[in-house]
Design a protein around this ligand. Sequence first.
Ligand SMILES: [Zn+2]
Length: 246
Amino acid sequence: MRSMVRIGLISCVKLKQNSAAKAKDMYTSTLFKGMRYYIEHETERWYILSAKYGLLDPERTIEPYNKTLLDMNGFERLSWARTVLDVLKKELPPPNGSELVILAGEKYRENLIPQLKALGYSIVIPMEGLSQGRQLQFLNNYREGLVNADPEAKNVEVEHEMQKESPPPQLNPPERSLNENIILEFLQKYRQGHCDDCLSAILNITPRQQVNGIARLLESKKELYRRKSDCFKCHRHKICNHINGS
Ligand SMILES: [Zn+2]
């Protein structure tokens, strides 16, 4: 079965360290840190789109600089994009087995995306159209969801404690939104792992991030489980949603 490689691209920001550092540590804004966290968890490999250095390996040590694409005119941005594309073409795996996840502003995307699409890459822009405030919220929610959903050891302890209690406490039925119910009912019916993209497409819950947010919320309530497996629908090996036992 073919597995999908997800590759992340995030744009550089103005706020930086005062001295040389690895590119991934150079940018100090909350936005950048949030994007880095997201991309490190959602992709196998990532790069920074730097106004000065072009396509930048996060491990490469660089000097601070004072340049963003927002300060460049259209012609300069076009020439920047050409340079980046030349390097990208060498760095990226073939388009039929990969997906590009892009967290970068419009000016960074405008000349890259049409070209990458023309080369056959599928492109995901998780924060497209969101204001800066909404982007920070999105990244923060993502971070909290992952952190809360994580510790398995804790769950075991909680289960043991619950077994000791008798009779079990009367629990109110959990309150769920309509889309939460739709997703749970679907997974209960099929009992096979489905990725966020497929759930979004099958159940017509858009944008995809909405499914992602709901699924991680449901995971924090222990109503479903998210782990890497082959998606039942698209057969890609990625994070899929499972009902307990499936
Ligand atoms: Zn899928």
